[in-house]
Design a protein around this ligand. Structure first.
Ligand code: HPA
Length: 239
């Protein structure tokens, strides 16, 4: 089998796939967190690996940047590779003044300026939300590690260099942070009847203009990865 974007064989992906945006991040995760990781996809350099974490099969594959890209890859994982759970592991820019750099945020929902949900032909506005079981499992795992994650709305934007300059307006509605993928991922999970969750580390703040230095990015990234991988293990136990 295979798709135009994925050359992996049927059954090559585990039931849970972690999705960073960056293919080199996918490689790093496979090499540093998984055991016996094998490359299963490399079409367009979108590296996908399957290995085990503490004995549980787990895959990691890059999503690329933005709604169209994660829209394609998550659709194919859910529909053609029988994947049950996708956990996006990314970075986001803080919109809420309550967030600090390095916070590990869980996306309960995702607002968006994307037209992605238009394709579902609904007579209103669809609200993309996380799967509750995945979310509650990830929150419990984080608390076990001594981390109290902020949980709430993200804003999935189609635009990184936004000329309108009004992104912080989303903060008036309690939105926590901006990234570029979650709304499409949650729409696809809903359409497929599968589960999805986004976990993001706050890499920069639109409120203060601060940015994480590269060395610090690594530490908060490691904490986010431990939460995501332990969540994959818990989900395998739940069956
Ligand atoms: N905008 C969009 N996506 C992001 C940002 C941002 O400021 N920071 C991290 N991901």
């Amino acid at each position: 089998m295979g798709t135009p974007h994925n050359e992996a064989a049927s059954g090559a992906f585990a039931k849970t796939v972690l999705m960073p945006g960056d293919p080199l991040r996918a490689k790093f995760i496979a090499e540093n967190f998984l055991e016996d990781a094998k490359l299963v996809n490399n079409v367009r350099g979108i590296q996908g690996y399957t290995g085990t974490y503490h004995g549980t099969p787990v895959s990691v594959m890059a999503s690329g940047m933005g709604v169209p890209s994660i829209g394609i890859y998550s659709h194919e994982l859910f529909h053609f590779y029988d994947v049950d759970n996708i956990i996006r592991v990314g970075t986001a820019g803080g919109i809420s003044p309550k967030l600090k750099l390095r916070d590990v945020v869980m996306a309960q929902g995702a607002c968006t300026d994307s037209n992605y949900a238009h394709q579902f032909n609904l007579p209103g506005t669809f609200a993309p939300i996380a799967d509750f079981t995945l979310l509650e499992t990830a929150v419990a795992v984080a608390r076990r590690m001594g981390v109290e994650p902020p949980v709430g709305n993200l804003f999935s934007s189609d635009v990184f260099y936004n000329k309108a300059g009004n992104t912080l307006d989303w903060g008036k509605m309690g939105v926590l942070a901006i990234e570029m993928e979650t709304a499409a991922l949650y729409c696809n999970a809903a359409e497929a009847g599968k589960r999805a969750l986004t976990i993001c580390t706050i890499s920069d703040s639109l409120v203060t203009g601060e940015e994480l230095p590269p060395a610090d990015r690594q530490t908060s990234f490691t904490q986010m990865m431990s939460i995501a991988l332990e969540t994959a293990v818990e989900m395998a136990k739940k069956g």
